[in-house]
Write a protein that binds this ligand. Structure first.
Ligand SMILES: *Cc1c(COP(=O)(O)O)cnc(C)c1O
Length: 349
């Protein structure tokens, strides 16, 4: 049967997302979901829409959602495109910009999906390593003459972020679109949206999955030059976002007070979590995201397994050439207390 598939698909490993356990009672700190509920206005908006509207196709251009996002970022709606999660937009961009045999770049260690998407296109993935302080040479991407560049900022799994000036330098150096994937930017000190005014190749990518606590809704958006958005519309599915998620999305982005209150709680818990893992002897860079990256402790696979036995899920991550590590999502204070108690027992034994 594998001969039915194109060679590059048959060879492909496929992206493996973090575990979504089917048993209950686990404390889930493995996929950077938000432990707090989304704005109550989201459910309200969805409930109100459960009527004749579901009979009809959604607005293919998601106009109401784009208008809400445009207002939030103070850009014209022509600069915004909605996606079925930001992963959908990553797919659309890779399809649009990367052809068979063409190079696309991303840093390493980073979001593993970038490589998969490039391989799906028959493109050539080139990983540019971070240095030991999670810095990136601003000429590293450009030197490979890519057709597309991805940069998760803040980065996963490290939680570290490059300064907007440096990201601007990278954008100036490359002769292709630079996707600045800001999935975690609500938890960071800076964002790169100001680069849109100075660099026409910068594409800002956002998701409602993490900061807005809507991973189950599947909604993200990008902000880019109007001619880039116009081209990407030709590539996307006509109805890539459904009626309910678009209405929920509007309610979410219009409730910034909810987002900020949630953020404040998570930043406080993050500081406490990081201090505790440092005390246990882990290396843990200062995080600008809703997770921390722990290396340098006892064997990471063994620790992850022992945590799993205690009903605690964290993400074990292995990148060839780098030390294995545990990426721990910032949960509620109660969840993090449980985690730290278990981790102290395991590590200090
Ligand atoms: C979670 C994540 C995404 C995917 O977000 P969805 O909108 O849920 O598809 C994209 N990029 C990075 C870096 C992420 O961590």
């Amino acid at each position: 049967m594998s001969t039915w598939f194109q060679d590059h698909i048959a060879r492909l490993q496929g992206y493996v997302p973090g575990e979504q356990p089917r048993v209950s009672g686990l404390i889930k700190l493995n996929t950077n979901e938000n432990p707090y509920p989304p704005s109550p206005r989201v459910a309200e908006a969805i409930r109100e829409a459960l009527d004749g509207r579901l009979r009809l196709y959604p607005d293919p251009l998601a106009t109401t959602f784009l208008t809400a996002v445009a207002k939030l970022h103070n850009v014209p709606p022509e600069m915004v495109l909605a996606g079925n999660g930001s992963d959908d937009l990553l797919t659309i961009m890779t399809r649009a910009f990367v052809g068979a045999g063409e190079i696309a770049v991303f840093p390493n260690p980073s979001y593993i999906l970038y490589r998969t998407l490039i391989e799906l296109q028959g493109g050539v993935p080139v990983a540019i390593p971070f240095d030991s302080h999670w810095r990136l040479d601003p000429r590293g991407f450009a030197a490979r003459k890519p057709k597309l560049a991805f940069l998760a900022n803040p980065n996963s799994p490290s939680g570290t972020a490059l300064a907007p000036d440096l990201v601007g330098e990278i954008a100036s150096n490359v002769d292709c679109p630079l996707v600045v994937d800001e999935a975690y930017v609500t938890f960071a000190n800076n964002d790169c949206t100001s680069l849109l005014a100075t660099h026409r190749n910068v594409i800002i990518l956002r998701t409602l999955s993490k900061d807005y606590a809507l991973a189950g809704l599947r909604l993200g958006y990008l902000i880019a030059a109007p001619e880039v958005v116009e081209g990407l519309i030709k590539v996307k599915d006509s109805y890539n976002c459904d009626t309910l998620s678009l209405l929920g999305g509007v309610a979410a982005v219009e409730d910034q007070a909810h987002l900020l209150a949630n953020r404040a709680k998570l930043l406080a818990t993050r500081a406490r979590l990081r201090a505790a893992v440092l005390e246990l002897g882990y290396e843990c860079p200062e995080s600008q995201a809703n997770f921390v990256w722990c290396t340098g402790g006892p064997d990471a696979t063994s620790v992850a397994n022992q945590l799993r036995e205690r009903k605690l899920l964290v993400r074990l991550m292995r990148y060839p050439g780098f030390a294995d590590g545990l990426r721990i999502t910032v949960g509620t204070d109660e969840q993090i207390d449980c985690l730290l108690e278990a981790l102290r027992e395991i590590v200090q034994r």
